[in-house]
Design a protein around this ligand. Structure first.
Ligand code: GTP
Length: 417
């Protein structure tokens, strides 16, 4: 069964917890004991209905004590597929959580309170979705009941959002707008009469109709980072060399010619093995063991690619970076850049620009990048990195920056042109 990952974030009180709670409730994803706990917790709050906002995180006790956690993963499923929602709290400082919570997501769910319209947090969330190239954005205009289910208000918000989207260049991203009332369950899992003017799908229907296989990385250039070299020590398998890893992007078939990076040696794929199975072809995200026709030199950390679509071996990298450390990033700083399983020392040459994610204003030569800021930097690496431009191949275009001494992750980067 396939899995669709959804990233969400919202501003305080725009109704995200209620919306997610309703999705879980109406897809019968709540166990009986959770329902009982929810009922009891709602009664304790003096409510005569189920407070669905208490459901998310599955952390009813924490919610009641007012503790908010960083990123919560919420699971639900329909007969069609499984869903994972990565939910980040809407507080303005949480860019960092949003970036980590959103990586790997194929859908970004953005909530807008119909009364307030597009707010700063909406900008930030959309900017990050665009930066991460999340292919699908669904904007739920919530609390439509509080604006009399007004088509005019919905159109106003949609147009305002679209204006922002037009300012942020985000190729390949599609945006859907859905008017909903989470509290009353309107347009969440089914459509209802209140907004007969709305011709589109309910939220769940929109999610169900996203074709994940067309979104996956298979259409990108083929990349196979070698995680382990398998060399059994037995007599029988004396000559066996298998290369284990996960296909990062693209696909490989038996007989395909491959180039080994960084050596540039060439060979052909002899077999593709998955457990006891022999495959003819393997696609992105699958774990396999490849064997090659001739005895080329391949070691852990090398990458198999196809001739004619090799990534550039970069000694200098320009990247958009989200900085995650309390100590600001400045030119001259030495860090460890980790790209897949490879790491190398990297020196910051310059911090060229920062983006104000609320106004989308760009400031040149800011001198430093502070906690939660997003900006463009230039790095020099000690060992060449085989990264793609993030926009062209997200699976091979991102890296993390690690502090040399504390080993803490201090930044997330996306390779630019
Ligand atoms: N009238 C109306 N109220 C709603 C709707 N959705 C949520 N609310 C109310 O808005 C308030 C905030 O809802 P939550 O779901 O807790 O909002 P949240 O965005 O998760 O807020 P945090 O829990 O602070 O992150 C609650 O009182 C909800 O009952 C809606 O569609 N209509």
């Amino acid at each position: 069964m396939d899995i669709l990952r959804i990233a969400t974030a919202g501003s305080v009180d725009d109704g995200k917890s209620t919306l997610i709670g309703r999705l879980l409730y109406e897809t019968q994803s709540i166990t009986r004991d959770k329902l009982e706990a929810l009922d009891a917790a709602s009664k304790r709050k003096g409510l005569d209905f189920l407070d669905l906002s208490l459901l998310t995180d599955g952390l009813i006790a924490e919610r009641e004590q007012g503790i908010t956690i960083d990123v919560a993963h919420i699971y639900f499923s329909t007969p069609k597929r499984k869903y994972i929602i990565a939910d980040t709290p809407g507080h303005f400082e949480y860019t960092r959580n949003m970036v980590t919570g959103s990586s790997n997501a194929k859908v970004s769910l953005i909530l807008v309170d119909a009364r307030h319209g597009v707010v700063e947090q909406t900008f930030r969330h959309f900017f990050i979705s665009a930066m991460l190239r999340i292919p699908k954005v669904i904007v739920c205009v919530n609390k439509m009941d509080l604006v009399g289910y007004s088509e005019e208000r919905f159109n106003q918000i949609r147009d305002e959002f679209q204006r922002i989207a037009d300012q942020i260049h985000s190729d390949g991203q599609t945006i859907d707008f859905i008017p909903v009332s989470s509290l009353f369950g309107v347009n969440i899992t089914s459509k209802s009469d209140e907004m007969s003017w709305y011709p589109g799908d309910s939220l769940l229907h929109a999610l169900e109709s996203i074709e994940t296989h067309t979104l996956w990385e298979t259409s990108r250039p083929a990349r196979f980072p070698v995680q382990y070299v398998i060399r059994p020590k037995t007599e029988e398998y004396h000559d066996y060399r298998g290369y284990a890893g996960v296909v990062a992007s693209g696909s490989f078939s038996v007989g395909d010619e491959v180039v080994v990076l960084p050596t540039g040696q060439r060979s052909k794929i002899s077999t593709i093995e998955k457990f006891d199975e022999q495959l003819q072809k393997v696609n992105a995200r699958e774990s396999v063991v490849l064997t090659l026709e001739n005895d080329v030199d391949v070691s852990r950390g090398n990458m198999l690619v196809k001739p004619g679509e090799e990534p550039v071996q970069r000694k200098e990298i320009t990247a958009q970076v989200c900085w995650l450390d309390y100590q600001a990033l400045q030119a001259g700083k030495t860090l460890i850049l980790q790209h897949g399983i490879n790491d190398t020392k990297a020196k910051v040459i310059s911090v060229d620009e920062i983006v104000n994610v609320q106004s989308l204003e760009r400031i040149a030569s800011p001198g430093q990048l502070k906690l939660n800021e997003i900006g463009s930097i230039r790095l020099k690496v000690a060992k060449p990195v085989f990264a793609d431009i993030y926009e062209e191949n997200p699976a091979n275009g991102a890296f993390i920056l690690v502090d040399e001494f504390t080993h803490a992750t201090v930044g997330v980067g996306f390779v630019n042109h």
